[in-house]
Design a protein around this ligand. Structure first.
Ligand SMILES: Cc1ncc(C[n+]2csc(CCOP(=O)(O)OP(=O)(O)O)c2C)c(N)n1
Ligand code: SF4
Ligand SMILES: [Mg+2]
Length: 289
């Protein structure tokens, strides 16, 4: 259920990357002056998915891997809300994989923030879809969500950030939320958010991240060029970060809710009083008889 309540102290381990994400979301919402009652954070299942408990806005704890369906439903019920879905790599890319792929093509103007720590933190450190070969004995190749996102030919906003660089993360979230506010469509940010207890990758990731925006030829409006830069960075053993897709204004199409609800009013805001709708109710009752 959607509810408003008092935030509690985070239960995350000291040093968990998710603290950085929470702080960045708070700063971004403050910078954009989004009133708390107009912001909803939908959490997945996992350590990361508890994020909405630690922030005094509307919160919703989703089913495992189903946070995107619930977040898109919220946006369609009331398109004036700013909706942030936030969860883990296990939640989003394992049990939630089907919904993840479809979210890009649906293109509702919500922000999906994945805290990727390459493990299932909450259930004590098993391998997840993004785990490296050898982690907890896994022999499968890691899944790359940003590369997959780039392959969906829809003018979404796509980025990867690193909890070790909170300033860039905040700026990226601000840009993503502005993209949503303009009803330009779906925004996806994968944050590299280390699990200091079961998979402490801070040092390794600090060495390996490569901000593609610093490279010559960087152009996030050009999907083909971004693929080339991204794959070249991967081949050098680096982890690409930065905005990977930022459609030009003329590449934009109206988001799902803007197309379905052109007057900007969803069912949650509809006028349901008997007097106003008496004619429609009577017609309905007559058809039932
Ligand atoms: C239907 C269902 N299957 C499995 C679980 C057990 N489970 C809880 S959290 C989780 C994965 C958490 O990993 P991730 O999404 O990466 O979040 P993290 O804890 O790492 O932030 C799993 C498998 C569950 N709660 N519900
Ligand atoms: S177990 Fe890992 S992901 Fe969960 S709170 Fe602790 S450090 Fe964070
Ligand atoms: Mg995880």
């Amino acid at each position: 259920m959607v509810q408003s309540f008092r935030a509690v102290q985070p239960i995350w381990c000291p040093g968990c990357g998710d603290f950085g994400v929470l702080a960045a979301v708070k700063k971004a919402a403050a910078e954009l002056k989004i009133p708390p009652h107009e912001l909803v954070v939908v959490g997945g299942i996992g350590c990361s998915g508890a994020i909405h408990n630690f922030y005094e806005v509307n919160g919703m704890h989703a089913l495992h891997g189903r946070l995107l369906a619930q977040a898109i439903g919220l946006k369609l019920a009331n398109p004036r809300l700013t909706v942030v879905a936030a969860g883990g790599d296990g939640d989003g890319y394992a049990i939630g994989m089907g919904h993840f792929m479809h979210a890009f093509k649906k293109n509702a103007a919500i922000l999906y923030l994945v805290m990727n720590n390459e493990t299932y933190g909450l259930t004590k450190g098993q391998a997840s879809p993004t785990s490296q070969i050898g982690f907890e004995g896994t022999i499968e190749h890691p899944f790359d969500a940003v590369l997959t996102a780039l392959s969906v030919p829809v003018p979404n906003f796509v980025a990867r950030t690193f909890s070790g660089d909170p300033r860039t993360m905040t700026q990226t979230i601000i840009e993503a939320l502005r993209f949503n506010q303009a009803h330009r469509g779906f925004a996806f940010i994968e944050d590299l958010s280390p699990c200091v207890t079961y998979n402490d990758t801070y040092k390794l990731w600090r060495e390996k991240v490569l901000d593609l925006s610093k490279l010559p030829g960087y152009d996030p409006t050009d999907r083909q060029k971004m693929f080339e830069l991204y794959l070249a960075a991967r081949e050098q053993g680096r982890i690409p970060i930065g905005v990977m897709h930022r459609p030009k204004p003329d590449q934009t199409e109206a988001s799902l809710e803007a197309q379905l609800l052109p007057d900007g009013i969803g069912p949650a805001q509809a006028e349901l009083s008997i007097d106003t709708n008496r004619g429609a109710y009577e017609k309905l009752l007559a058809n039932m008889g």
